[in-house]
Design a protein around this ligand. Structure first.
Ligand code: CO
Length: 214
């Protein structure tokens, strides 16, 4: 049987079934959503196809604002991420920002190796720098996978602080807007999310150098 390479009919079919199933259960679902969105959460996750944001936390369309990039990084000059963050915090007024990394992340692994991959090496430098900076914590760990997983966790923590240091998050706190920044990690092997317990709720949790005054 030949397959029409130009057609993704199976995906379109899946979509029709999905939309019909939802509409059957709740005929107002799509018309209501079309008028507005009011998500409580912004998700910053890895592009990895095995870490689908909404599914993992059981949220429907309209409930989760999402930004994904390779290795779930928060880079202070990334206009894409900053725009998502600004819109989510200032306009949608999300209550929570979740950075969700995952164990065995290919981006993290690549940042620990000497194999040249091209343009993406620049993006992953953020993690390579962190690995260099945290060398002491890796002493005594022989297992490669364990090293990768530790760096996956350390990177999530780093990204939580990177987010908290932005003018966007700082402005929200200065205005008294409730906003929490969380660091989570997802296990590809068991499908479970774990809270790394590094939540930041206010600027007093940051070192003084990063607390901006207006
Ligand atoms: Co990844």
């Amino acid at each position: 049987m030949t397959k029409d390479v130009n057609s993704l009919q199976n995906l379109i079919n899946n979509n029709r079934k999905w939309a019909e199933d939802i509409s059957d259960k709740d005929p107002d679902f799509f018309p209501t959503l079309a008028k507005q969105q009011a998500p409580e959460y912004l998700w910053i996750g890895c592009s990895d196809s095995r870490v689908p944001a909404n599914e993992i936390v059981g949220l429907l369309p309209g409930e989760l604002f999402v930004h994904r990039n390779v290795a779930n990084l928060v880079v202070h000059t990334d206009m894409n991420l900053l725009s998502v963050l600004q819109y989510a915090v200032e306009v949608l007024k999300v209550r929570h920002v979740i950075v969700c990394g995952h164990y065995a992340c290919g981006g993290v692994k690549a940042a620990m190796q000497d194999q040249k991959l091209g343009l993406i090496d620049n993006w992953l430098l953020e993690i390579r720098d962190l690995y260099h900076h945290k060398q002491d914590q890796f002493k005594g760990i022989e297992n490669e996978q364990e090293k990768v997983d530790l760096l996956c966790e350390l990177s999530v923590v780093r990204q939580v602080y990177n987010l908290s240091h932005t003018s966007i998050v700082q402005d929200a706190w200065a205005k008294g807007q409730p906003l929490s920044v969380h660091g989570w990690i997802y296990g590809l092997k068991d499908g479970k999310v774990n809270d790394l317990d590094v939540t930041v709720n206010e600027s007093t949790q940051l070192s003084e150098l990063f607390r901006l005054k207006s």
